[in-house]
Write a protein that binds this ligand. Structure first.
Ligand code: AP5
Length: 191
Protein backbone atom coordinates (compact mmCIF):
# COMPACT_ATOMS: atom_id res chain seq x y z
CA UNK A 1 0.00 0.00 0.00
CA UNK A 2 1.29 3.48 -0.91
CA UNK A 3 0.04 6.31 1.31
CA UNK A 4 0.73 9.90 0.35
CA UNK A 5 -0.03 13.25 1.97
CA UNK A 6 -0.49 16.18 -0.40
CA UNK A 7 0.22 19.19 1.79
CA UNK A 8 0.03 22.95 1.37
CA UNK A 9 -1.84 26.11 2.31
CA UNK A 10 -5.40 26.90 1.17
CA UNK A 11 -5.38 27.45 -2.60
CA UNK A 12 -2.03 25.75 -3.19
CA UNK A 13 -3.59 23.27 -5.63
CA UNK A 14 -4.10 20.19 -3.44
CA UNK A 15 -7.56 19.43 -4.83
CA UNK A 16 -6.59 20.13 -8.44
CA UNK A 17 -3.51 17.92 -8.29
CA UNK A 18 -5.24 15.19 -6.24
CA UNK A 19 -7.71 14.57 -9.07
CA UNK A 20 -4.84 13.98 -11.49
CA UNK A 21 -2.79 11.85 -9.09
CA UNK A 22 -5.65 9.48 -8.24
CA UNK A 23 -6.41 9.02 -11.93
CA UNK A 24 -2.80 8.25 -12.83
CA UNK A 25 -1.76 6.19 -9.80
CA UNK A 26 -5.05 4.60 -8.71
CA UNK A 27 -4.93 5.90 -5.14
CA UNK A 28 -8.08 6.50 -3.08
CA UNK A 29 -8.67 10.22 -2.52
CA UNK A 30 -9.44 11.27 1.06
CA UNK A 31 -10.15 14.99 1.33
CA UNK A 32 -11.45 16.12 4.72
CA UNK A 33 -12.72 19.35 3.10
CA UNK A 34 -14.80 17.32 0.60
CA UNK A 35 -16.06 14.98 3.35
CA UNK A 36 -17.14 18.00 5.42
CA UNK A 37 -18.81 19.71 2.44
CA UNK A 38 -20.71 16.48 1.76
CA UNK A 39 -22.00 16.51 5.36
CA UNK A 40 -23.03 20.14 4.84
CA UNK A 41 -24.92 19.36 1.64
CA UNK A 42 -26.88 16.60 3.41
CA UNK A 43 -27.51 19.02 6.31
CA UNK A 44 -26.42 16.46 8.91
CA UNK A 45 -25.92 17.71 12.50
CA UNK A 46 -22.15 17.34 12.00
CA UNK A 47 -22.35 19.30 8.74
CA UNK A 48 -24.39 22.12 10.26
CA UNK A 49 -21.90 22.52 13.12
CA UNK A 50 -18.90 22.29 10.78
CA UNK A 51 -20.33 24.92 8.43
CA UNK A 52 -20.35 27.57 11.17
CA UNK A 53 -16.64 26.93 11.78
CA UNK A 54 -15.64 26.67 8.11
CA UNK A 55 -17.46 29.92 7.27
CA UNK A 56 -15.16 31.71 9.73
CA UNK A 57 -12.09 30.12 8.13
CA UNK A 58 -11.25 28.15 11.28
CA UNK A 59 -10.37 24.48 11.68
CA UNK A 60 -13.01 21.91 12.62
CA UNK A 61 -12.17 20.02 15.87
CA UNK A 62 -9.60 17.25 15.54
CA UNK A 63 -11.90 14.50 16.85
CA UNK A 64 -14.46 15.24 14.10
CA UNK A 65 -12.01 14.94 11.19
CA UNK A 66 -10.10 12.02 12.72
CA UNK A 67 -13.41 10.18 13.13
CA UNK A 68 -14.29 10.78 9.46
CA UNK A 69 -10.86 9.56 8.31
CA UNK A 70 -11.02 6.48 10.52
CA UNK A 71 -14.40 5.51 9.03
CA UNK A 72 -13.19 6.14 5.47
CA UNK A 73 -10.07 4.00 6.00
CA UNK A 74 -12.20 1.13 7.31
CA UNK A 75 -14.72 1.44 4.47
CA UNK A 76 -12.01 1.36 1.81
CA UNK A 77 -9.62 -1.24 3.16
CA UNK A 78 -9.15 -2.77 -0.30
CA UNK A 79 -7.65 0.44 -1.71
CA UNK A 80 -4.16 0.19 -3.16
CA UNK A 81 -3.19 3.32 -1.26
CA UNK A 82 -4.59 6.60 0.05
CA UNK A 83 -3.99 10.17 -0.97
CA UNK A 84 -4.64 12.43 2.04
CA UNK A 85 -5.64 15.95 0.94
CA UNK A 86 -6.17 18.63 3.61
CA UNK A 87 -5.41 16.13 6.38
CA UNK A 88 -3.58 16.04 8.76
CA UNK A 89 -3.80 19.74 9.60
CA UNK A 90 -2.64 19.74 13.23
CA UNK A 91 0.08 17.85 15.09
CA UNK A 92 -2.66 15.94 16.97
CA UNK A 93 -4.23 14.84 13.65
CA UNK A 94 -0.82 13.66 12.41
CA UNK A 95 -0.30 11.57 15.53
CA UNK A 96 -3.80 10.09 15.24
CA UNK A 97 -3.22 9.23 11.58
CA UNK A 98 0.02 7.44 12.42
CA UNK A 99 -1.82 5.40 15.05
CA UNK A 100 -4.68 4.54 12.69
CA UNK A 101 -2.23 3.41 10.01
CA UNK A 102 -0.02 1.54 12.46
CA UNK A 103 -3.07 -0.43 13.58
CA UNK A 104 -3.39 -1.55 9.93
CA UNK A 105 0.37 -2.14 9.68
CA UNK A 106 0.62 0.78 7.28
CA UNK A 107 2.50 4.08 7.22
CA UNK A 108 2.90 7.31 5.26
CA UNK A 109 5.38 6.93 2.38
CA UNK A 110 5.89 10.64 1.68
CA UNK A 111 4.49 14.12 2.22
CA UNK A 112 4.59 16.23 -0.95
CA UNK A 113 4.30 19.87 0.12
CA UNK A 114 3.19 22.48 -2.42
CA UNK A 115 5.02 25.78 -2.06
CA UNK A 116 2.98 28.80 -3.24
CA UNK A 117 3.38 32.48 -2.29
CA UNK A 118 0.66 34.15 -0.22
CA UNK A 119 -0.37 36.74 -2.87
CA UNK A 120 -0.82 33.91 -5.40
CA UNK A 121 -2.96 31.92 -2.91
CA UNK A 122 -5.23 34.89 -2.26
CA UNK A 123 -5.53 35.64 -5.98
CA UNK A 124 -6.51 32.03 -6.78
CA UNK A 125 -9.08 31.77 -3.99
CA UNK A 126 -10.76 35.11 -4.72
CA UNK A 127 -10.96 34.14 -8.38
CA UNK A 128 -12.56 30.79 -7.54
CA UNK A 129 -14.94 32.58 -5.14
CA UNK A 130 -16.47 34.42 -8.10
CA UNK A 131 -17.99 31.17 -9.37
CA UNK A 132 -17.54 28.28 -6.90
CA UNK A 133 -20.33 28.96 -4.43
CA UNK A 134 -17.85 28.08 -1.66
CA UNK A 135 -18.77 30.48 1.14
CA UNK A 136 -15.21 30.42 2.55
CA UNK A 137 -13.83 31.82 -0.75
CA UNK A 138 -16.04 34.88 -0.93
CA UNK A 139 -14.16 37.50 1.03
CA UNK A 140 -10.57 38.34 1.71
CA UNK A 141 -11.05 38.38 5.50
CA UNK A 142 -12.13 34.72 5.60
CA UNK A 143 -9.34 33.74 3.23
CA UNK A 144 -6.85 35.56 5.50
CA UNK A 145 -8.25 33.62 8.49
CA UNK A 146 -7.72 30.33 6.64
CA UNK A 147 -4.13 31.27 5.81
CA UNK A 148 -3.56 32.30 9.46
CA UNK A 149 -4.90 28.93 10.68
CA UNK A 150 -2.47 27.27 8.27
CA UNK A 151 0.47 29.25 9.63
CA UNK A 152 -0.48 28.85 13.30
CA UNK A 153 -1.60 25.22 13.40
CA UNK A 154 -0.84 23.40 10.15
CA UNK A 155 2.66 24.40 9.04
CA UNK A 156 4.08 22.51 12.05
CA UNK A 157 2.65 19.26 10.65
CA UNK A 158 5.46 19.31 8.07
CA UNK A 159 7.99 19.42 10.94
CA UNK A 160 6.37 16.29 12.36
CA UNK A 161 7.08 14.39 9.11
CA UNK A 162 10.51 16.00 8.70
CA UNK A 163 11.60 14.02 11.76
CA UNK A 164 11.34 10.89 9.62
CA UNK A 165 12.63 12.56 6.41
CA UNK A 166 9.30 12.21 4.65
CA UNK A 167 8.83 15.77 3.39
CA UNK A 168 9.55 16.84 -0.18
CA UNK A 169 8.90 20.46 -1.14
CA UNK A 170 7.38 20.99 -4.60
CA UNK A 171 7.29 24.33 -6.42
CA UNK A 172 3.54 24.96 -6.64
CA UNK A 173 3.43 27.88 -9.10
CA UNK A 174 3.32 27.55 -12.87
CA UNK A 175 1.02 25.47 -15.02
CA UNK A 176 -1.08 22.68 -13.53
CA UNK A 177 0.65 20.23 -15.91
CA UNK A 178 4.17 21.26 -14.90
CA UNK A 179 3.34 20.92 -11.22
CA UNK A 180 1.72 17.53 -11.87
CA UNK A 181 4.89 16.34 -13.59
CA UNK A 182 6.98 17.34 -10.55
CA UNK A 183 4.59 15.47 -8.25
CA UNK A 184 4.42 12.41 -10.54
CA UNK A 185 8.21 12.15 -10.69
CA UNK A 186 8.40 12.06 -6.89
CA UNK A 187 5.66 9.44 -6.66
CA UNK A 188 7.15 7.24 -9.41
CA UNK A 189 10.53 7.26 -7.70
CA UNK A 190 8.93 5.75 -4.58
CA UNK A 191 6.58 3.15 -6.07
P1 AP5 B 1 -10.28 22.33 2.32
O1 AP5 B 1 -11.43 21.93 1.51
O2 AP5 B 1 -9.22 21.35 2.64
O3 AP5 B 1 -9.73 23.63 1.66
P2 AP5 B 1 -8.30 24.32 1.71
O4 AP5 B 1 -7.18 23.62 2.34
O5 AP5 B 1 -8.62 25.68 2.22
O6 AP5 B 1 -7.92 24.20 0.28
P3 AP5 B 1 -8.63 24.62 -1.02
O7 AP5 B 1 -9.58 23.57 -1.46
O8 AP5 B 1 -9.19 25.99 -0.92
O9 AP5 B 1 -7.37 24.71 -1.92
P4 AP5 B 1 -6.47 23.57 -2.56
O10 AP5 B 1 -5.10 23.59 -1.99
O11 AP5 B 1 -7.20 22.26 -2.58
O12 AP5 B 1 -6.38 24.18 -3.99
P5 AP5 B 1 -7.31 23.92 -5.25
O13 AP5 B 1 -6.79 22.81 -6.06
O14 AP5 B 1 -8.73 23.82 -4.80
O15 AP5 B 1 -10.79 22.90 3.75
C1 AP5 B 1 -11.87 23.79 3.84
C2 AP5 B 1 -12.22 23.98 5.32
O16 AP5 B 1 -12.64 22.71 5.88
C3 AP5 B 1 -11.05 24.42 6.22
O17 AP5 B 1 -10.91 25.82 6.23
C4 AP5 B 1 -11.52 23.87 7.59
O18 AP5 B 1 -12.50 24.69 8.16
C5 AP5 B 1 -12.18 22.55 7.21
N1 AP5 B 1 -11.22 21.42 7.23
C6 AP5 B 1 -10.84 20.65 6.17
N2 AP5 B 1 -9.97 19.72 6.56
C7 AP5 B 1 -9.77 19.89 7.89
C8 AP5 B 1 -8.95 19.24 8.84
N3 AP5 B 1 -8.15 18.23 8.50
N4 AP5 B 1 -9.00 19.69 10.13
C9 AP5 B 1 -9.82 20.70 10.50
N5 AP5 B 1 -10.62 21.37 9.62
C10 AP5 B 1 -10.59 20.96 8.33
O19 AP5 B 1 -7.06 25.25 -6.07
C11 AP5 B 1 -7.53 26.50 -5.62
C12 AP5 B 1 -7.86 27.37 -6.86
O20 AP5 B 1 -6.65 27.61 -7.56
C13 AP5 B 1 -8.81 26.67 -7.85
O21 AP5 B 1 -9.67 27.62 -8.40
C14 AP5 B 1 -7.85 26.10 -8.92
O22 AP5 B 1 -8.49 26.00 -10.18
C15 AP5 B 1 -6.75 27.13 -8.91
N6 AP5 B 1 -5.44 26.57 -9.26
C16 AP5 B 1 -4.96 25.33 -8.92
N7 AP5 B 1 -3.72 25.15 -9.42
C17 AP5 B 1 -3.41 26.31 -10.08
C18 AP5 B 1 -2.25 26.74 -10.81
N8 AP5 B 1 -1.17 25.97 -10.95
N9 AP5 B 1 -2.27 27.98 -11.34
C19 AP5 B 1 -3.37 28.80 -11.20
N10 AP5 B 1 -4.51 28.43 -10.53
C20 AP5 B 1 -4.50 27.20 -9.97
Amino acid sequence: MFNLILFGPPGSGKGTQSEKIIEKFGLFHLSTGDLLRSQISFQTPLGLEAKKIMDRGHLVPDEVVVGMISTALDENSQAKGFLFDGFPRTAAQAESLDKLLEFKQQSIAVMLALDVSEPELIKRLLKRGETSGRSDDTNEEIIAARVAEYKNKTEAVADYYRQTNKVVMIAGEGTVEDIFERLSNEIKSRL
